[in-house]
Design a protein around this ligand. Structure first.
Ligand SMILES: Cc1cc2nc3c(=O)[nH]c(=O)nc-3n(C[C@H](O)[C@H](O)[C@H](O)COP(=O)(O)OP(=O)(O)OC[C@H]3O[C@@H](n4cnc5c(N)ncnc54)[C@H](O)[C@@H]3O)c2cc1C
Length: 456
């Protein structure tokens, strides 16, 4: 059995684990990163499918994501604007399609006023409660014991307004139905992006992309770590105690270390055996954190034909199978690419169908936004993260109803030599690569401090 010894062993070579490892190395500590897959990047994965470069996982960068921007700068990676000239398309509950410009959906005055009012309330809550410790706010329990759907129903009698607000958080971010998570969880999602207004503004939240793909962040970090990154090494066992840890991975790899960083989403902690078992609190908490489900659909065309019709490629509809569609053309590409999202229960229904039926239904839906040409892409691909053993959903984890105020305060607390680091437990940048990096920085700092102190 190859046995190595390091100061810190990191489980998972996504952006969070690789950031932690990079920082620990800078602090003079020795590291090993063990990755289950045959590649680094985790939920970021830039691949070429039938000749088209696709962002199969995470891709967008928003202006507030300063931790990610700092890493991009260090790695010499450049970004480009999402195409957004021309009209967007809104499909109303009755199926009416309207091209519109500006930030507001083309809805009745009443619905618009209700949407604005709901956004204002959620902005206020996000500002007051914040992303760092939402569980510590005096209203945490009240807001965490009501589902977001019920909360919306209690605050507005306008169904279209409620469904449109829901679209941004439920289908659009947590990728769970609005009855499955709390109002507090929705407020955390908003606060982590600065405000609810930011979250509902696609020009903010989906602002820019990385030229060449977002996975390059992980590839760049891994390159500097060299042969300290071990691919195809799923960690199966973590033996831990006061003196440190021994981590056992496939390939008979054994790492003895003073600390371990679990840089995997919380739904995967129970995939590893802990000896001794984790404490009761962690056993319980981890059963309340689950990933959502979304199909990210990529459709590539010979040209971005929608632009000729004066359309930006952006479309929204809470009533459609595809609830959001955007122009996702690669930097400098003459071909046109659309990206579309089918979320939670709609995704369940699609996975009941055959591959051909599903493709047909999804393309018909995109065509209702952007015209019949949309039904005939030259490349079509569905990102299916729910089937990936080392992820099991998309985009990230959230607590079930009542879980955030009950367990949140312990999700980042180390257990002996075991530390936790991933985007799913971040405050700012929650569920995003920015949050993954922030958690990596924070975890490395905590460990460097603890080991530095222990050495003196
Ligand atoms: C379809 C999709 C679209 C997204 N869009 C965006 C976006 O536009 N912008 C954005 O910022 N974010 C987006 N995200 C979210 C973003 O990709 C994640 O938040 C980020 O990748 C999380 O990083 P992480 O390092 O915390 O976890 P991960 O990226 O999940 O990395 C964890 C790593 O741990 C490995 N692992 C798991 N178990 C084990 C084990 N037992 N042993 C060893 N290794 C293990 C996994 O293989 C993986 O490589 C998207 C995600 C998806 C899936």
């Amino acid at each position: 059995m190859p046995a190595i010894t390091r100061d810190v062993v990191v489980v998972g070579a996504g952006p969070s684990g690789l950031t932690a490892a990079t920082e620990l190395k800078k602090a003079g500590l020795s590291v090993a990163v063990l990755e289950a897959r045959d590649r680094v990047g985790g939920r970021t994965w830039t691949d070429t499918v039938d000749g088209a470069m696709l962002e199969i996982g995470g891709q967008w960068v928003s202006p507030d994501q300063s931790a990610l921007y700092a890493t991009l700068e260090t790695l010499g990676l450049k970004t480009f604007d999402r195409y957004r000239e021309g009209d967007s398309v809104y499909i109303a509950p009755d199926g009416t399609r309207t091209a519109y410009s500006g930030d507001s959906f083309p809805v009745s005055e009443h619905t618009r006023a209700e949407m604005d009012r709901l956004v204002a309330i959620l902005d206020e809550l996000a500002a007051e409660i914040g992303a760092e410790e939402p569980w510590a706010h005096p209203r945490a329990r009240e807001l965490d014991t009501v589902s977001f759907r019920q909360w919306l129903a209690a605050h507005s009698d306008d169904e279209e307004a409620r469904n449109n607000i829901s679209l941004f958080v439920a289908g659009g971010m947590l990728t769970k139905p609005a009855h499955a998570f709390s109002a507090l969880q929705a407020v955390l999602m908003a606060a982590s992006a600065g405000s609810f207004s930011n979250l509902v503004n696609e020009d903010f939240i989906l602002d820019r992309r990385v030229i060449g793909g977002l996975q390059q962040v992980s590839l760049g970090l891994a390159e500097s770590l060299g042969d300290n990154v071990f691919l195809n090494s799923p960690v199966r066992t973590v033996q831990w105690g006061n003196d440190g840890v021994t981590v056992l991975a496939d390939g008979d790899l054994r790492v003895d270390a003073r600390r371990v960083v679990l840089a995997v989403p919380p739904n995967l902690y129970p995939r590893m055996s802990f000896d001794p078992p984790l404490p009761r609190r962690q056993h319980q908490m981890h059963q309340h954190q689950s990933l959502g489900l979304v199909i990210k659909v990529h459709a590539v065309y010979d040209t971005p034909f929608w632009r000729e019709d004066g359309l930006s490629g952006t479309g929204f509809s809470a009533a459609e199978l595809v609830q959001e569609v955007y122009d996702n053309t690669n930097y400098g590409d003459t071909r046109g690419t659309l990206v579309a999202f089918v979320s939670d229960e709609k995704a369940d229904a699609m996975f009941e169908l055959s591959t051909a039926e599903r493709k047909g239904r999804i393309l018909e839906s995109i065509a209702r936004f952007l015209g019949p040409l949309a039904a005939e892409p030259v490349v079509y691909y569905e990102s299916d993260w729910g089937s990936e053993e080392w992820t099991r959903g998309a985009y990230a984890a959230s607590f079930d109803l009542g879980g955030l105020h009950r367990y949140g305060r312990d999700q980042r607390t180390p257990v002996g030599p075991i530390h936790f680091s991933c985007s799913d437990i971040a405050g700012a940048g929650y569920q995003h690569v920015d949050g993954a990096i922030r958690m990596g920085l924070r975890t490395a700092e905590d460990i460097a401090l603890a080991l530095g102190n222990a050495a003196h």
